[in-house]
Write a protein that binds this ligand. Structure first.
Ligand code: ASP
Length: 478
């Protein structure tokens, strides 16, 4: 007999079925044993009476054992109906039981939402924590969010393209993770802080509409709710202005919420649009560039999106004592040309605005992007004022300047944080709750125990020797 999912036995009253799953609960009533069986689709009550040939095996069953049963779907007696679950009107009277694997007592219970359990323990036993309904629902709904984004964009002529993980540094303002090359001993790849340069090069390639559910890696010091690796919906488009990108992302997010989270209330402006405010305006009004503009901030079912536009191109980096790009150096400043740019920069760098925007939801930055500089002279001037000498520019970004010689379309894009939007839509307090295997605040995987030492042999092949171990966590050196 073929195994059937629990959700598919609702209309099979009177039929024989074969079910497989985990023991989710157990109650004994006199001689009758009730087992709740769980599979990916739900929970069903199994009934073992002494007439069952495997009754004595059923007596041994404990929580989280993996079992298979064959039996008959029957209606529950009126008094036993449970209106709270889909399968509450039926049960399975078991004829055969097979114990597939046994389970030790788990390090924590699964029948709560788990918030009362220390996070380290949950992370160490993440594969058990994910059995919890709240967590598996988070992962399933995250999958639906991503599927919605994919369908929405592909229907509009976008192509999903994977870009390399072994790459070269791209300046997103954080430290790179480096990967030593064995074949080119002494040289390193960087893991991508974002696919920024590749997606721009795809515009040179004529793809025009690109997206990717992209993994990004940034080696940052522990800070709030950050993860060393996170997932973005990364988009790039050719022949567009700022508003084309903002309109597209607006339509996507509103349609997504309406379809997948119809219970949420989206707060829009008087024109039924996501409000757009300049950086200057939001700073003046809210003193932050990611304000929470909900009326009632305790109401988690209210969603207040906001676009912040017209960011200053540069910010003063006190640590480095120099001007840095507020977003990244590929962002287009609002200037006529490189001469205008140089003049304005000399006058006062902070007066130069950029075609740059952030996407904000309930006080969280959930996206950001810009129109890019495709004029190579202007781009060179930007790198120069950011403190790169011509040799640096050539070695770090020569490929971009080379590409821009062969017919580059005007282009721009955005990246939207998938972990963050999933967190907010699932009413979770942290992105770790919507990531299957997150790291701790200080970047450790407690389940796999990484980062970890590696064999001397591996290091030797890479030409690496560890000179001395330094304490690397310094919360103040950002
Ligand atoms: N690469 C940028 C980021 O990851 C997004 C963009 O400019 O499209 O923040």
């Amino acid at each position: 007999m073929m195994r059937i999912l629990i959700k598919n036995i609702l209309n099979k009253t009177g039929e024989e079925v074969s079910l497989k799953g985990w023991v989710n609960g157990r109650r004994d009533h006199g001689k009758i044993i009730f087992i709740d069986l769980r599979d990916l689709s739900g929970v069903i009550q199994l009934v073992f009476t002494p007439a069952c040939k495997d009754y004595s095996l059923a007596e041994k069953l404990r929580l989280e054992w993996v079992i298979g049963v064959k039996g008959k779907v029957i209606l529950r007696p009126q008094s036993m109906i449970n209106e709270n679950i889909d399968t509450g009107k039926i049960e399975v009277s078991v004829e055969e039981l097979e114990v597939i694997t046994e389970a030790q007592t788990l390090p924590f219970v699964l029948d709560t939402d788990g918030r009362e359990i220390g996070e380290d323990l949950r992370l160490k036993y993440r594969y058990l924590d994910l059995r919890r309904k709240r967590m598996s629902d988070n992962l399933r709904n995250r999958c639906q969010i991503i599927k919605y984004m994919r369908d929405f964009l592909t229907e509009r002529g976008f192509t999903e393209i994977e870009t390399p993980m072994l790459t070269k540094s791209t300046p997103e303002g954080a430290r790179d993770y480096l990967v030593p090359s064995r074949i080119h001993c002494g040289k390193f790849y960087s893991l991508p802080q974002s696919p920024q340069q590749y997606k721009q090069l795809l515009m040179v390639a004529g793809l025009e509409r690109y997206f990717q559910i992209a993994r990004c890696l940034r080696d940052e010091d522990p800070r709030g709710d950050r993860q060393p690796e996170f997932t973005q919906l990364d988009i790039e488009m050719s022949f567009v202005e700022e508003n084309d990108i903002l309109d597209l992302v607006e339509e996507l997010h509103i349609a997504l919420v309406k379809k997948l989270y119809p219970g949420k209330e989206i707060k829009l402006d008087e024109n039924n649009r996501i409000p757009r405010m300049s950086y200057q305006e939001v700073m003046k009004k809210y003193n932050t560039d990611k304000p929470d503009i909900r009326k009632n901030k305790n109401n988690s079912d209210e969603l207040a999106f906001l676009y912040v536009v017209d960011f200053p191109m540069f910010e003063w980096k006190e640590g480095d004592k120099r001007w840095g790009a507020n977003h990244h150096p590929f962002t287009q400043p609002k200037v006529k040309d490189e001469h205008d740019f140089k003049r304005l920069f000399e006058e006062n760098p902070s007066q130069i605005l950029a075609k740059q925007y952030d996407f904000v939801l309930n006080g969280y930055e959930i996206g950001g992007g810009s129109i890019r500089t495709h004029n190579p002279y202007l781009l060179k001037s930007i790198f120069e004022v950011l403190g790169n000498n011509p040799a640096d520019i050539e070695s770090k970004f020569g490929h971009m300047f080379e590409a821009f010689k062969y017919g580059v379309p005007p282009h721009g894009g955005i990246a939207c944080g998938i972990d963050r939007i999933a967190m907010i839509l699932q009413n979770e307090p942290s992105i770790r709750e919507v990531i299957a295997f997150p790291k701790t605040g200080d970047g450790r995987d407690l389940m796999m125990d990484s980062p970890s030492d590696v064999d001397e042999k591996q290091l030797k092949e890479l030409g690496i020797s560890i000179v001395k171990k330094i304490k690397t966590i310094n919360k103040n050196n950002k």
